[in-house]
Each structure stands twice: as C-alpha cells, then as structure tokens.
Design a protein around this ligand. Structure first.
Ligand SMILES: *Cc1c(COP(=O)(O)O)cnc(C)c1O
Length: 367
C-alpha cells in the first residue's frame, strides 16, 4: 500500500488551471496587486463573510506584519500549543512571548489563566484557533477590553469556520490565515490578514509592499509580503472546490469518530461550539489506559506506512529560544504539557479513502 501522510494538498484538475495561466501570460502582470490578487481578495471576503482581507505570501510574514500594523511592543500573551511560527512572529518584532496554559477540552488558550499573566508591559493577546476550533472569543474579548489589550488571532487553521454569530475571523483586532499547501485551503504558499476597517487595511497593504504609500512615498519600514498572481489565481480555482473538499473532510471526521468509539484509551477532541467547522485536523489523545505509549503507537503506524503527526509536540515553550522564559516552565503549562505527550493527528484530506481510514483505525485498535 502507498504511504498515507497526515495530509495531502488538495489540487483541482490541472486542466482547470490552464485558462488562469493563459490570462497571466497574456496580460503579463505577475504580482503587485494584479487582477487575480484583487479578485481573490473580493471572493474571499464574500466566502468567509469578512469585511477586509489582505493577501500575503505566507502566514508567518502576515503574523509579523500584523504585529507591526498595530505597533505591538513589550509582552504578548500567547499559547505554547501551536506551530512555532506563532511565537516566532513575536521574537521577530522584539516582543517577549508570555505563555499561558490551554483549556483541556479545546486545547485553546484558557481565558481563565490570562489575567494572572498580564503585566504592565502586556500590550496584546495572540491566541490560536487550534485545529480550527474557535477560542472562547467572548471571554478573551472581555479581558482585552478590561485591560485595554489588542487581540491578534493566529487563525491559520480556521479557514471557513463560523460561529452562530458568523465568521470566527470577525473577532479580535486582526486574524491571520495560512494558505500553505498543508492547510484546508491552499495557494501553494500563502496567507492573509483579516481586518475590520479600511484604514487598517490600507496600513497593512502598505506594510506588505515595503511601506510604499505611492510611487515616491515610503511611510514605514515595510516588508515584501505580497502574494503573486500565480498563487492568487490558484486560490480562485481552489475556492470553486472548497465546499466539496470540506464536505469530504466532514465525512472522514464522522467515520473516524464512529470507528474509534470502542477503542479504549483514545479520545477524540470534541468541537468547540462552532456552527460550521472545517475538519482541518483529526487529533486523538492517547491516554494512560491505552496499551502502549503515544510514541509507540506513532512508530507502529509508521511501520505500516501511515504517517500521522504529533501536532503539537514539542511545545513551542520547549524550543531553545523560548525555554529560558519564566512562563515556559512546564509547571506553568500542565495541560499543554500533557496534551503534547498524548496527541496524534491522524490523516485527513479529501482524497483519503474509506478503506484507508478503516485500516488506520484497525491498527490503532489492534495494539
Ligand atoms: C501553518 C501555520 C502557520 C504558518 O503558516 P505559513 O503560511 O506556513 O507561514 C502559523 N501558525 C499556525 C498555527 C500554523 O498552523
């Protein structure tokens, strides 16, 4: 059997992409906010139900730019249970990350622990909608309002996720999406910042284009974060297929949940109250009642050609550039520490077949 990876990029039929390429070749606009870039921004605003979106070359540059756009300094409260780019974006801005533990049910930043971590230097909170499950945005907003803090969501996993009040991306000051090849919606590489007013959108657009505000005017030390026409065109094509891709993910999610019910020691993460989920990941938690350790299970699966991922292990706070911080101590992060030891993200992507899902669960059940 062919190896099964945790994800496989979703690619529409190649023939459907050719007409887009022909347009690029005909008009010879390759980047700098060309027609496909403009079309994708508009199409995504409509699809996601958000007001403004600024496309980026990737989510990491978008995170770095988002912090610049709001002039964040000092300390930022964030989660250790994420991809390392979340905290790296803070270090790239000379900001000190302050790690706060996660909620055991959602593995998102625990709002109850945020207040204790606020200091006079705190200027913002950077939570992550982990696995696409919304954070407790209302509780976080309340704390931010009380202490006059900004909120920047790393929403890299949260494409198309809605709460009953609409898109989860409408919460916080800014939200950042990733369109990396491994994400639910991809443009090969890509990302975006969602904001709520035209003035902020203009500042972000300037910052991602070297700080240019006109041909001979530079208003800020910006970066080059622009998405190219090729990536934007692919995004437009991808958007035509995204609903069917998410629908198949939903089926896979349901199948795993049903098949895993009788397996002792394996817990599936529940939803976080989202009205529309995106089924970006399928994390399981392997606890002490399972016959072997999470790592032993990970190895057994790999021996059989199945390649799950330990998202998120190690914790960000355990990497060398973070572990010296007082907030990085494991005693400060007990829930995240256990989750990092127990989690395994099983393969989930639109072309994953039912037979492969059954085989994965059979191997898990047979230990
Ligand atoms: C993928 C990811 C990123 C980085 O996205 P890129 O587009 O690859 O730069 C940031 N944060 C989280 C939580 C991610 O999963």
């Amino acid at each position: 059997m062919k190896p099964v990876y945790v994800t496989q990029p979703y690619l529409p039929p190649l023939a459907e992409f050719i007409p887009y390429l022909e347009k690029i070749w005909a008009n010879k606009i390759l980047t700098n906010g060309g027609p496909f870039h403009q079309q994708l921004e508009q199409a995504l605003c409509e699809y996601l139900g958000v007001k403004h979106i600024a496309l980026f070359t990737n989510a990491t540059i978008a995170l770095v730019t988002a912090l610049q756009a709001l002039r964040i300094t000092g300390e930022v409260i964030t989660t250790p249970y994420s991809f390392v780019a979340t905290a790296h974006s803070l270090l790239w801005n000379g900001i000190k990350p302050v790690f706060v533990d996660v909620d055991a049910r959602t593995l998102n930043l625990d709002p109850e622990r945020i207040e204790a971590a606020i200091s006079p230097q705190t200027t913002a909170i950077m939570p992550v909608h982990c696995y696409g499950h919304p954070c407790d945005v209302d509780a976080i907003e309340k704390i931010a309002d009380t202490y006059n803090l900004r909120v920047i969501y790393d929403a890299a996993h949260a494409f198309g996720v809605d709460r009953s009040s609409g898109s989860v991306l409408n919460h916080g000051d800014l939200s950042i999406l990733s369109f990396h090849a491994t994400k639910v919606f991809n443009t090969f590489e890509g990302g975006a910042i969602i904001c709520h007013d035209a003035k902020t959108k203009l500042r972000i657009d300037q910052l991602k284009n070297f700080g240019h505000a006109g041909e001979v005017t530079v208003v800020a030390p910006g970066i080059n974060g622009k998405m190219s026409e090729m990536n934007a065109a692919f995004g437009l094509l991808q958007l035509k297929h995204i609903d069917e891709a998410i629908a198949r993910r939903k089926e896979i999610d349901a199948m795993y949940r049903e098949l895993l019910v009788p397996v002792k020691g394996v817990r599936c993460l529940g939803d976080a109250g989202e009205q529309k989920a995106n089924y970006a990941y399928f994390p399981i938690l392997v606890d002490g009642t399972y016959p072997i350790s999470r790592d032993a299970l990970y190895d057994r699966l790999k021996e059989q050609g199945i390649h799950p991922r330990r998202y998120f292990y190690p914790l960000i706070s355990d990497f060398p550039m973070y572990r010296g911080l007082p907030s990085a101590h494991r005693e400060n992060l007990p829930v995240a520490t256990v989750a990092a030891q127990q989690v395994l993200c099983l393969p989930i992507y639109p072309l994953l077949e039912d037979a492969q899902i059954r085989r994965i669960v059979e191997i898990i059940a047979a230990q």
